[in-house]
Design a binder for this molecule. Structure first.
Ligand code: HEM
Length: 405
């Protein structure tokens, strides 16, 4: 078995759409036969698929750096490959200084301050959709809510929030037509303006202003670093949540037992969200660079080698998760909830994400209730740094039939 898996992994490209439909089978084979597998794509990297190895790497910031060239998805920011974003791509001890500056914005009480805003946006979007009897989930539902929430968290003034939301939505639902802007067009300029705006004022309390005015390691961040940070904050806060909403809507559309169970007992909502993050981890795979000679599961690694930590694979590692491909709300956890990462870079926004997802699914189950994949349509799974769904057309009964259950 080993050889054929090894052959396939040699050309494995996580950004290739062709790997997405069968990714969980591929990752399961790799966990068994080649847990630290070499691919020749992107000038070579190692795909790490077992939970223990992913955690060991993520927790060892001395040997493995979060600054990685060539494996990520940030291509729109100028000088992306040569710039290290504060926080995301920094290593200890500098990383902990950035993390400390941002910590207060992401605590459970801090994110609860956004609750009313999130509820208002969610109510508006779902109330408008419900009578339609169907929608394309990514463009009509999922992208509308986190785009406005991340604008709010980044301190974008109310009058510019819709503009940022539209620019970020273009990342997941690219506009079509001959004169349509490319995904990302306008976003870099928008973020540059927001950064410049904050240089002259310190009275705002948000996750962009805090980084613009901070000095870490004896200096403020450069313009290029700030831009990459802002772009990554949008990816972290927006794309992840869009993908989780979409994957979970697909799951619930195909799994009426779970859907009705949660509709009848909202105390199951937290378990629904944690299982969604485990089952189709939106942050599928992120990179690390080897800083010092070491071995991982017997594989010799040299400084400069790159690893791709397959978080979604760690979440389905049979060593820790029984029946890992099943979607179940009654799991007794033995391993770690790797969908949120591990080590010092573990998700800073998880309380915000949980709040957002809880509000969205509570509302969807109350107002739309029953739904299914529209007959004759087939959603497209995506894989790469992020895992999600596109072209997800759902349909539901309207009028007197919209109650859950
Ligand atoms: C369901 C949604 C989400 C999932 C599954 C998720 C998952 C993750 C994972 C796996 C990491 C670690 C990446 C690594 O170590 O390479 C991470 C980091 C991060 N996430 Fe999330 N995330 C989600 C939503 C959010 C939201 C809403 C925010 C808020 C803006 C956010 C902010 C961050 C930040 C700032 C980091 C970097 C932390 C650091 O480098 O210290 N995330 N996330």
């Amino acid at each position: 078995m080993g050889d054929s898996v090894q052959d396939r992994i040699r050309s494995f490209d996580h950004h290739d759409p062709a790997v997405a439909p069968t990714i969980h089978t591929t990752l399961a084979e790799l966990r068994e036969a080649h847990p630290v597998a070499r691919s020749d794509a992107y000038d070579g990297f190692y795909l790490v698929t077992k939970q223990d190895d992913i955690v060991a790497v993520a927790k060892d910031g001395q040997t493995f750096s979060a600054a990685v060239q060539g494996l990520g998805a940030v291509t729109m920011v100028p000088d992306a490959e040569t710039t290290r974003a504060p926080l995301f791509e920094s290593d200890p001890p500098v990383h902990s200084a950035w993390r400390k500056i941002l910590h207060d914005y992401f605590t459970p009480p801090a994110v609860r301050a956004h609750e009313q805003f999130i509820r208002q946006v969610t109510d508006r979007v779902v109330d408008e959709l419900a009578p339609r009897g169907g929608c394309e989930v990514v463009g009509d539902l999922a992208a509308h809510i986190p785009s406005l929430v991340i604008a709010e968290v980044m301190g974008v003034p109310l009058e510019r929030q819709d503009e940022l939301a539209a620019l970020t939505r273009n990342l997941v639902v690219p506009p079509s037509g001959p004169d349509a802007p490319r995904p990302g067009d306008g976003l870099v300029e928008f973020l540059r303006d927001e950064i410049a705006e904050r240089r002259d004022r310190e009275d705002q309390h948000d996750v962009l202003t805090a980084i613009v005015h901070a000095e870490v390691d004896g200096r403020p961040a450069t313009d290029a670093e700030l831009l990459k940070y802002a772009f990554l904050m949008i990816s972290a806060g927006f794309l992840t949540t869009v993908d989780t909403i979409s994957s979970l809507m697909l799951q619930l559309a195909r799994d009426p037992g779970t859907r009705r169970g949660v509709a009848e007992d909202r105390a199951l909502l937290p378990a629904l969200i944690e299982e969604a993050v485990r089952h189709e981890s939106a942050v599928a795979a992120t990179g690390r660079t080897v800083l010092a000679e070491t071995t991982l599961r017997g594989v010799a690694l040299q400084p400069g080698d790159r690893l791709l930590l397959a978080w979604g694979s760690g979440c389905r590692d049979e060593q820790y998760v029984d029946d890992p491909d099943a979607f179940r709300l009654d799991r007794q956890r033995r391993g770690r909830d790797l969908g949120w990462g591990a080590g010092v870079h573990r998700c800073l926004g998880m309380h915000l994400a949980r709040l957002e997802l809880g509000i969205v699914f509570d509302k969807v189950l109350t107002t739309i209730g029953e739904f299914e994949v529209a007959p004759g349509t087939e959603p497209t799974r995506t894989y790469g740094v992020l895992r999600g769904v596109r072209n997800l057309h759902l349909t539901w009964p309207t009028g007197a039939d919209t109650s859950a259950g």
